[in-house]
Design a protein around this ligand. Sequence first.
Ligand code: ATP
Ligand code: MG
Length: 274
Amino acid sequence: MSKCIVRAISNQKGGVGKTTVCQNLGAGLARQGQKVLLIDFDVQSNLTQSMGCQMPDELPFTVADIMKQIIEDEPIDPLRGIIHHREGIDLLPSSIELSGIENSLVHDMNRERILKSYINQLRRNYDSILIDCMPSLGMLTINALTAADRVIVPVQAHFLSVKGLELLLRTVNKVKKQLNPDLNVEGILLNMLDRRSNFTKEIVQLIREPFGSNLKVFDSEIPMSVRAIEASAEGSSIFDFDPDGKVAEAFNQLVKEVLKNERQRQENKTIHLR
Ligand code: ATP
Ligand code: MG
């Protein structure tokens, strides 16, 4: 069985497309035959809603309950609360209760590793686990980065703040040094691009040049399209909602790129071992 890879989709900037990327990358990987779990790790529960669950606060069991059980050192059933979506993806939903968990983590001895201890119990059940992070660098995001093998950073070209990106990358490095040596930035993903605008072109270049030299910027770019918004309102991925559109095509490219990079990493590792 292939090794499970855990990815955090993170950027402390709000509205850059983290949730949309999480849902569509997950759906794309599932279409390639992977067993995929999405974890909604945001108190806003947007991913839970985009997966068709309209009332997250009425769910009987969510990621907040799992976190609570681990904090209280109770035994957990790692599969409890997981919802099976009709597109063949699993989801661990979130609810507003997660905001209370963030506060209680402050006093916990193992506060950065709560999510990791949950995810480690699930790794053998999945090929890919994607964590949809909230727009902050608080304790929940630190938990996600501590649990993850890789980080994908969606950025939106027009509202890009390079300073914000630097802060995120510094946080990732700090987590790597102090909490999770396995963590790596898989790539920056240019999202919601309007290629017709000259301004966008300039910013894309601005990101690709300085960051591209020491960090990967995905070749795949996700275009701006109202179809992406409509799909999540319908509780569907873009592959289900508009399979022939340009957003589905872009996510297909991204899935291929992610899988190709993974194969290359595995090959390099094998060569190394020989
Ligand atoms: P938050 O920081 O609040 O969690 P986010 O980074 O998760 O936000 P999303 O919720 O995925 O961002 O996206 C923000 C908005 O942009 C949503 O309304 C979403 O439907 C829309 N959106 C996402 N991707 C695209 C796209 N490719 N084209 C147009 N709109 C998009
Ligand atoms: Mg979100």
